[in-house]
Design a protein around this ligand. Structure first.
Ligand SMILES: Nc1ncnc2c1ncn2[C@@H]1O[C@H](COP(=O)(O)OP(=O)(O)OP(=O)(O)O)[C@@H](O)[C@H]1O
Ligand SMILES: [Mg+2]
Length: 230
């Protein structure tokens, strides 16, 4: 039997009387790479924020069989790597290498080893030369890749990725796809509206519209037809 890594059951979010999510239910098994697809404003980031413990919700969210509550969130976060939609929200230190090393030091790794690992990870992403730079000196794609380096280095079993391919050049996009494929033991929920990237690198599509689930196992052609792309 495969282990369930993430489960949402009847999850709803309401802000100022407006429903952003309505009774969403879906599961991700361990090692599944799932694209969360929907148009702008459909609720992708809201879902990731719920799982990341950043937003109040009703219903049940389970990560590795632990129910997400105010008490469990700290422990759950030890298992979750969240790549924000806006890399500026993720990169907070004066140098990129400090940002990548931070999560490792925070989880108890020796500072020297953490920095070595940060530099190794930046090399894997072909941005080792940016290690000493500040975020303000980087292009958008370089910021995206630097933020991703932090997620990869931390080696957490569940990744939440919010449009990680946006703004990447074709080579960086392909590298990101290969990297996702290589991490076959990591469970990934990835918000996307890039149909080509979703089709190429993800095994399942969860399709949402206006905060409601259309399908927890949609085909890419259904998504494209719904969006009038074919
Ligand atoms: N803090 C907030 N307060 C009130 N409404 C919000 C808030 N954040 C988002 N929304 C609304 O919630 C809905 C879902 O937004 P969300 O950011 O989850 O969409 P998305 O699918 O990630 O869109 P995009 O593709 O543009 O990133 C939108 O209608 C948005 O206007
Ligand atoms: Mg979004």
């Amino acid at each position: 039997m495969t282990a369930c890594m993430l489960e949402l059951e009847n999850v709803s979010v309401e802000i100022n009387g407006r429903k952003l999510l309505s009774n969403l239910s879906f599961k991700l098994e361990k090692g599944e790479h799932v694209a969360l697809m929907g148009l702008n404003g459909s609720g992708k980031t809201t879902i990731l924020n719920v799982v990341g413990g950043l937003l109040k919700f009703s219903g049940t969210v389970k990560v590795c069989d632990t129910i997400l509550t105010g008490k469990t969130i700290k422990n759950i976060r030890k298992n979750v790597g969240y790549l924000f939609n806006v890399p500026e929200e993720q990169l907070l230190f004066p140098r990129i290498c400090d940002d990548v090393a931070w999560e490792l030091i925070n989880s108890g790794m020796d500072k020297k080893r953490a920095m070595e690992k940060a530099l190794e990870t930046l090399e894997i992403l072909h941005i080792g030369h940016l290690a000493e730079r500040s975020i303000h000196e980087l292009s958008h794609g370089q910021k995206q890749r630097s933020a991703l380096a932090g997620i990869i280095a931390a080696e957490k079993p569940l990744w939440l990725l919010d449009e990680p391919s946006s703004g990447l050049d074709p080579v960086a996009k392909r590298d990101l796809g290969t990297l996702i494929e290589k991490h076959s033991d990591v469970t990934i929920l990835c918000a996307l509206n890039d149909t080509d990237f979703a089709e190429k690198y993800f095994s399942r599509i969860i399709f949402i519209e206006d905060g409601t689930l259309v399908s927890a196992n949609s085909s890419i052609s259904t998504v494209k037809k719904t969006w009038d792309l074919i």
